[in-house]
Design a protein around this ligand. Structure first.
Ligand code: HEM
Length: 367
């Protein structure tokens, strides 16, 4: 894992981001309107004229037998295959490019005082289990979800139609079932970490200094989670809940009517019956669109999170790997948290077997 990460350089990341963008823009996305032209004669007495008859049907007109074609479905298809895919790809590509640029300029953020030779516990086993259930399920959902959006343009040309079909059927089932693990992980992490994620006055100072992310030697004080992490936490909760609700509406179609109820409340017409045009297939179309938008926002945020937790910052991964972090790392990034542990006599310092050799030469205590 470490070797693979070390082998990834800025050029790889830039190429990957450009590939994602060009794959979407270059792909032959079918976004032409398939609706027929509006009927020339709007009067129903002309229904016996074939062209007007089919025109009306394709425009979504309802007759005695109900609605044969839901015209908004075409609006949805145009949105989904057009702007939605393009902006999604641009967002993803831009995020990877930004991270690559950040890495190019700032490099890996090092423990400035070197490895201390001592570790302290940052996250216990239940906390790490919750995190990894959330993380692994999200990565599976992200990849299988992106296959629904881009697979036809990116994977199918590589593996062929038959293989793509097999992969996509499996991916769809995986997506549906792993969703429950994601909801579990989300609830777990929420319960475990909410107490450390309420805004505090030191967060303002941290934000003013951008957490020292852009300048060496700057370490604004922070409690267990800094302001940047609190933003990640709340974004994960808000987008995660939103994705879960819209995903639930897709797993159990026509049952929840969440969008109809929301619009209905917003329009202030509580007390009347639900607008029927929203409770059917249009409800599902809104749910897909919203699920898609929220998922892409969350993927972009999580890309930044994964970057900082792996190649972006020395010593960070250990917090979620072994659960124990280097003492100097902790003092540099979460000084108020270390102070509190010291005051409560809960520091529980243990010798760091892995970095003993590095520690001897360079270590000086962080102030
Ligand atoms: C390979 C993937 C991932 C890695 C390596 C990773 C790594 C980490 C690390 C090292 C921390 C602790 C930071 C600290 O010590 O302060 C952390 C915290 C956290 N992770 Fe992850 N993570 C990954 C994926 C995810 C995913 C997919 C999610 C959400 C869907 C997520 C949500 C969180 C949250 C909410 C926190 C607490 C807030 C924060 O530290 O930003 N992580 N992660």
């Amino acid at each position: 894992m470490t070797k693979v990460l070390a082998a990834i350089n800025v050029r790889h990341l830039l190429i990957a981001s450009l590939f994602v963008m060009f794959a979407a823009f270059g792909a032959n996305m079918a976004s032409a309107d398939v609706r027929g032209p509006a009927p020339k004669q709007p009067d129903l007495q002309y229904l016996n004229e074939d062209s007007n008859f089919w025109g009306k049907i394709r425009q979504g007109q309802e007759g005695r037998g109900g609605q044969l074609i839901q015209s908004q479905g075409e609006d949805w298809r145009l949105l989904r295959n057009g702007p939605l895919l393009k902006y999604t790809a641009t967002g993803l590509g831009a995020m990877v490019a930004l991270l690559a640029l950040f890495f190019l300029i700032r490099g890996r953020i090092k423990i400035e005082h070197g490895w201390s030779g001592w570790t302290i516990e940052r996250f216990n086993m239940p906390e790490r289990m919750g995190h990894w259930i959330l993380a692994v399920s999200f990565i599976i959902l992200g990849l299988t979800g992106l296959n629904v959006s881009f697979g036809k343009h990116v994977l199918m040309p590589l593996v062929g139609k038959d293989m793509f079909s097999t992969i996509s059927v499996g991916a769809k089932y995986l997506h549906n079932y792993v969703a429950f693990a994601f909801i579990l992980g989300l609830a777990w992490v929420f319960i475990a970490w909410i107490k450390d994620n309420f805004p505090r006055s030191v967060d303002i100072n941290w934000l003013k200094q951008a957490g020292g992310l852009f300048s060496k030697g700057v370490h604004p004080p922070s409690h267990k989670f800094n302001a940047g992490q609190k933003l990640i936490f709340w974004s994960v909760i808000v987008t995660g809940v939103s994705i879960s609700l819209s995903g639930w509406a897709l797993l159990f179609p026509f049952e929840t009517n969440m969008f109809a109820k929301t619009f209905w409340l917003i329009n202030g017409v509580v007390g009347t019956t639900l607008p029927t045009e929203l409770t059917g297939i249009q409800e599902q179309q809104h749910a897909v669109t919203w699920h898609n938008i929220m998922a892409i926002v969350m993927i972009c945020i999580i890309l930044a999170h994964i970057y900082i937790g792996t190649i972006g910052m020395q010593g960070a991964f250990d917090a979620m790997g072994s659960g124990r972090v280097d003492l100097n790392w902790a003092k540099e990034h979460h000084s108020l948290w270390v102070d509190k542990l010291e005051t409560q006599d809960k520091l529980d310092k243990q010798p760091d077997e892995t970095h003993q050799a590095d520690a001897g030469a360079k270590a000086q205590p962080a102030e």
